[in-house]
Design a protein around this ligand. Structure first.
Ligand SMILES: [Zn+2]
Ligand SMILES: [Zn+2]
Length: 279
C-alpha cells in the first residue's frame, strides 16, 4: 500500500505496522514475525507464517487472500491463519474464492480460536486469544513469553551447593510466563472488564479511535475507544509501553499527540503512536 509503515522498537520487540480506522490495520511483531491483522494486504506480511485475524471488518481482514497468495507465490511455508471461530467458514470461503480466481493452489490452513485458546508460535513464545468488546465476533491476542530461571527455593544458595544439586539430578529451573504484548484489536471499553490482564502486559497495543466530545456517542455505538475511556482508567495501566492505534480519519496524528499530552499526561511518557506516514 502507499503508506510507509510505522517502525517501533519496544524492549525486545520490533513492531511494524499501519493503522487507521476504516482504512487498514496490520501489525507485524518480531520476534517471532507474526501478524496481528492483515489490513488490505501489506507486502511486508509475506514473510509471516502466522496470521492472526481479530475480526471480519475489512480494514483488518481484506488483505488475507493477498498475503496468502504472495506467500504461495514465493513457495513459503504453509500459512497458518487464526481467527474467531464464528468467522472461520466465511474467511475460508473468501480465500477459496480468491484461489479460484487466480487458478492456483494456496497453501494455508484456517484455525478457529475461542477465547482462552493458545497457539505455540516459536520456542518460548505463544499467543493466547481473549474476548474483546466489538460489534462483530472479535478476539484480542496476548503474546506470551516463557522464561526459565532458578526456582525460588534455590535462590540465594551458594554456587557449589547448586552445582552439587544439579549433579544429583535435581531440577533447579522453573518456568515463568510474562505477557510480552497484548493486542486489543477493535474494542470498546468492555475489554477492560473482559480481560483486565491487558493492564499488566509489557506492551499494550490499544485502539484510540475518537478524541473529541462530539464523537463519544459514535464510539459507544460502534464499540470503539474514545480517549476519555482511556483517561478514566489512567492509573490502572501498568504497561511499560502503550501503543495507540486505529485513529479515525476525522483526526490527524498531530491531534492525537495533542490529545495525549492534554488528556493523558500521566501516561504520555509511555505512549507511542502506530502512525504510518504517507510516502
Ligand atoms: Zn477497524
Ligand atoms: Zn472493527
Amino acid at each position: 500500500m502507499s503508506r510507509r509503515p510505522a517502525d517501533l522498537r519496544v524492549g525486545a520487540l520490533h513492531l511494524e505496522g499501519v493503522s487507521r480506522a476504516g482504512d487498514e490495520t496490520w501489525l507485524k511483531v518480531h520476534p517471532p514475525g507474526l501478524a496481528f491483522d492483515v489490513g488490505r494486504g501489506a507486502l511486508q506480511l509475506a514473510g509471516s507464517r502466522d496470521l492472526f485475524v481479530s475480526h471480519g471488518h475489512l480494514d483488518h481482514a481484506l488483505g488475507l487472500p493477498f498475503v496468502i497468495s504472495q506467500r504461495s507465490l514465493h513457495g513459503s511455508q504453509e500459512t497458518r491463519v487464526f481467527c474467531p471461530a464464528e468467522i472461520a467458514d466465511d474467511l475460508d470461503a473468501f480465500v477459496r474464492a480468491a484461489e479460484r480466481l487466480e487458478r492456483v493452489a494456496y497453501r494455508y490452513e484456517i484455525h478457529p480460536l475461542a477465547p482462552g485458546d493458545r497457539v505455540e508460535v516459536a520456542r518460548d513464545l505463544s499467543v493466547a486469544a481473549f474476548r474483546v468488546d466489538h460489534v462483530v465476533p472479535s478476539l484480542g491476542f496476548h503474546l506470551i513469553r516463557r522464561k526459565h530461571r532458578l526456582a525460588a527455593i534455590y535462590q540465594g544458595r551458594e554456587p557449589a551447593e547448586l552445582a552439587a544439586l544439579r549433579a544429583s539430578g535435581a531440577a533447579l529451573e522453573e518456568t515463568v510466563e510474562e505477557l510480552a504484548l497484548s493486542y486489543c484489536a477493535d474494542t470498546g471499553p468492555g475489554v477492560f472488564d473482559l480481560e483486565p490482564r491487558v493492564f499488566e502486559s509489557a506492551v499494550l497495543v490499544l485502539e484510540c479511535t475518537f478524541l473529541t466530545a462530539d464523537l463519544s456517542e459514535r464510539a459507544v455505538r460502534y464499540k470503539h475507544l474514545h480517549i476519555d475511556e482511556i483517561a478514566a482508567r489512567a492509573d490502572r495501566f501498568h504497561n511499560e509501553v502503550i501503543v495507540l492505534q486505529h485513529l479515525s480519519h476525522r483526526h490527524s496524528f498531530a491531534d492525537l499527540e495533542r490529545a495525549v499530552a492534554e488528556r493523558l499526561p500521566s501516561l504520555a511518557p509511555r505512549i507511542r503512536l502506530l502512525a504510518g506516514t504517507p510516502p
